[in-house]
Design a protein around this ligand. Structure first.
Ligand SMILES: *Cc1c(COP(=O)(O)O)cnc(C)c1O
Length: 354
């Protein structure tokens, strides 16, 4: 493996107030860089002071969006250990996204070592307050200076770090969700299952409309029938119906969340049956009307588990578990965060010490 060189900052930045971090607003002292040149592959891994990039204005990523990204966290345990949660899953997923976007894949060993080396370098930035963590954002951009649509011959891989608090300032309180009936996020055959910037650019309009109406997030329906439930904002979504848990299947348009997979494994280990199957909005409305929808929640690295208190479907309000957090969401949140912060037994072997 190529060794990572380190250029340290002369003067470290002042740390933000760890009790009031918000999400994704502060960045640490260093960043990781790696370059790709066709013919020589990925080369020159290095940690350098965090700072602006110099990019040719014709860089392909700025025009055609050839890029991929990831998101994971480092957690500070009470005994001082710094833990990553299933980082290999993010690494593998990024390479799957890279294949979809025709970006050169990254060596998994170097990728993991880069995360560890960078977090070690900025270890004082892993916040200490309850419910805080260090968000890790790897991403790759196409940097050929060229105005034409084709695969780039050069790429840059970066990792930046951001100390974060809870994703929702309202904490693990249930959120209200607007079901989006006009815009769609993804279709099968598109890029929905890849973590690539364009997917998110296309969702901003619906998000703004939802915010204006007082909703926290939108629920996406499938792009063909506008009937089947896909995701909630940037989270996978789960429903508890008649003692079974239902989540939409991964068939190309849905992002395969690491938290989604972890929730399925935990629920299954508790004896709660989980069905990965298509669920339509009509089924959801009917189940809610019949009192069979006992809870619903979103899953994602940023918010972990986000209970849903109500849906708005074309102006009709569908209440869920009386607007309170349901028992499964509560138990999943406690178990997942317990494992992530090293407070509970990690029987699945999900955490990795830095
Ligand atoms: C990242 C993401 C998720 C959640 O994935 P995790 O690996 O659990 O963080 C879900 N949906 C979308 C669209 C995402 O971008």
């Amino acid at each position: 493996m190529q060794s990572i060189t380190v250029e340290r900052v002369a003067v470290p930045k002042e740390k933000p107030d760890f009790s009031n971090l918000g999400f994704g607003q502060y960045f640490t002292d260093h960043m990781f860089l790696l370059d790709y040149t066709e013919g020589s592959g990925w080369h020159t891994p290095r940690i350098v002071p965090y700072g602006p990039l110099t990019l040719d204005p014709a860089s392909m990523v700025l025009h055609y969006g050839q890029e991929t990204f990831e998101g994971l966290k480092a957690y500070r345990a009470d005994d001082g250990r710094i833990l990553l949660f299933r980082p290999q899953e993010n690494i593998r997923r990024m390479n799957r996204s890279n294949r979809r976007l025709q970006i050169a894949e990254i060596d998994e060993t170097l990728f993991l070592e880069a995360i560890r080396a960078l977090v070690r370098e900025d270890i004082d930035w892993v916040p200490t307050h309850p419910d805080t963590s260090l968000y890790i954002r790897p991403f790759i951009i196409a940097v050929d200076p060229y105005l034409g649509v084709r695969a780039s011959h050069t790429y840059r891989f970066l990792i930046i770090l951001s100390p974060v608090g809870a994703y929702y300032p309202e904490g693990i309180d249930p959120v209200s969700i607007l079901i989006e009936t006009e815009d769609v996020r993804a279709v099968k055959g598109g890029t929905g299952e890849a973590k690539t910037g364009g997917n998110y650019a296309a969702t901003i309009r619906a998000q703004v409309r939802a915010k204006e109406k007082g909703y926290t997030q939108v629920l996406w329906l499938d792009g063909v029938h506008r009937r089947y439930i896909e995701e909630v904002g940037t989270m996978n979504v789960f429903f508890s119906l008649d003692g079974r848990v239902v989540t939409p299947p991964l068939e190309g348009s849905i992002l395969p969340g690491v938290t989604r997979d972890s929730a399925i494994r935990l629920l299954t280990s508790w004896g709660v049956p989980v069905d990965q199957r298509a669920i339509s909005i009509d089924e959801l409305v009917e189940a809610a009307d019949a009192g069979r929808l006992s809870e619903s929640f979103g899953t994602g690295t940023a918010a972990v588990i986000s209970p849903i208190g109500s849906f708005d479907y074309n102006g009709r309000i569908i209440p869920v578990s009386g607007g309170r957090i349901g028992p499964l969401a509560r138990r999943l949140y406690d178990e997942l965060t317990g494992i992530q912060w090293g407070k509970r037994e990690d029987s699945f072997g999900w955490t990795l010490e830095i």
